[in-house]
Design a protein around this ligand. Structure first.
Ligand SMILES: *Cc1c(COP(=O)(O)O)cnc(C)c1O
Length: 394
């Protein structure tokens, strides 16, 4: 069966009610038929549910679907994407270990690597992710873990997945890839050899801006260690969120196709716009890593960036004239969202750090939604035109 069929058809077992859609198992704990069965399940001699911090049928269904989509042996779900990222590092690293990570990481991941893990003697070197030679130079005797995101947020920088997997194999390291922007519909890092694939399920996995969630898919022995950490520290996904997310996976394929075709059309239209310095999108021929994008991505994804001439002032004018796109720090929604990273999500970076990951004062991230693309093109064109006029008059 194709993945799209499985994404729709994998589901928790039907109850005696023979429901067609999966029910919501809102229960904190489960019962045993006897004290002996309780003992056997706790001893892992018999399979069975114990307690929803450990496992729950809705959460298991969601994880099964994600592992199927990402082509991994095992997986585990979390309350948020950051809980997943943190658990991967906290469970697998110990005092004295070293991480090499791409500079272009999600902001909170940088905070964990620079402010939280160093408290326990775990250190990190940041590199320009597109340059494999830099990764190799940064690897030390105590390096254990490589961490990257492709495409990156918001710079849309790509990591050569084949190349970095060869590097991690050569040095016998664990490689974790945050696959949030691409989703398994567009790329499956485990096929290149990534050990862990991490998602903020809050984004395209849900795809409708309703719930938070996170998931790690990966090699069984690593997931086993992460599961031990998660069971005892408790960052579990709620059954309700898992129920929503499983339902969302039924349409992931459809949604990513439409997000990508909308984003491609909007990028092509905006490329000609005189109010912009640049438009960046992995599947535009002008993207510096266009060939790599074509090699490792099936589609360009939902995110593009524009660099508005005149910086924040003109961006602010444009934001006031947009009739459709929302102004919000999120992404991964049916509704198109614009974000100004320099003043919001990446405002904690200093000028040098911003420059290194391509965040200019005029940069706007557009997370293209599922509205009719003609309406989106018209909306951005009219808003940019009015913003340009306002800035000239002003
Ligand atoms: C949003 C996001 C996260 C964090 O996920 P939460 O669900 O908000 O905790 C991590 N990585 C990337 C790339 C993201 O976009």
């Amino acid at each position: 069966m194709k993945k799209q069929t499985k994404a729709i058809r994998i589901q928790a077992e039907r109850s005696h009610n023979r429901e067609h859609s999966v029910p919501l198992y809102l229960t904190s704990s489960f019962t045993f038929e006897s004290a002996e069965q309780g003992r056997a399940i706790f001893a892992e001699e018999e399979e069975g549910n114990i307690y929803s911090r450990y496992q729950n049928p809705n959460v298991d269904e969601f994880v099964d679907k994600m592992c199927m989509l990402e082509n991994t042996e095992d997986g585990i779900a979390f309350a948020t994407g950051m809980a997943a990222n943190y658990a991967a590092m906290a469970a697998l690293l110990k005092q004295g270990d070293h991480v090499v990570a791409s500079k272009a990481l999600f902001g909170s991941c940088i905070q964990i690597l620079t402010k939280i893990l160093p408290k326990w003697g775990i250190t990190c070197t940041f590199v320009n992710g597109h340059d494999l030679a830099e990764w190799e130079v940064a690897i030390q005797a105590n390096t254990k873990f490589l961490f990257c995101e492709s495409p990156s947020n918001p710079g849309l920088e790509l990591i050569d997945l084949e190349g970095i997997c060869q590097l991690k194999a050569k040095h016998n390291l664990i490689l974790a890839v945050d696959n949030c922007f691409a989703t398994p519909v567009i790329q499956t890092p485990a096929d290149w050899g990534a050990d862990l694939v991490i998602h903020s399920a809050t984004k395209y996995i849900d795809g409708q801006g309703r719930v938070l969630g996170g998931v790690i898919c990966g090699r069984e022995e690593l997931i086993k260690e992460i599961r031990f950490f998660a069971r005892h520290t408790g960052p579990s996904m709620s059954p309700f969120n898992a129920w929503i997310l499983s339902k969302s996976l039924e349409t992931l394929d459809l949604r990513m196709e439409k997000h990508s075709s909308n984003a491609m059309k909007l990028a092509l239209a905006l490329e000609k716009n005189p109010a912009l310095n640049a438009v960046k999108y992995p599947f535009l021929a002008s993207h510096p890593q266009y060939d790599l994008a074509k090699k490792q991505m099936k589609m360009g994804g939902a995110i593009l960036t524009i660099d508005v001439k005149g910086g924040f002032e003109v961006v602010n004018e444009m934001s006031k004239y947009l009739k459709i796109a929302s102004i919000s720090p999120n992404l991964g929604d049916t509704r198109t969202i614009i974000t100004h990273p320099a003043s919001t999500t990446h405002s904690k970076l200093n000028a040098e750090q911003k420059a290194e990951v391509g965040i200019t004062d005029g940069l706007v991230r557009i997370a293209v939604g599922l509205e009719a693309v003609e309406d989106l093109i018209t909306d951005f064109e009219q808003a940019l035109e009015k913003a340009l006029v306002a800035s000239l008059v002003g």
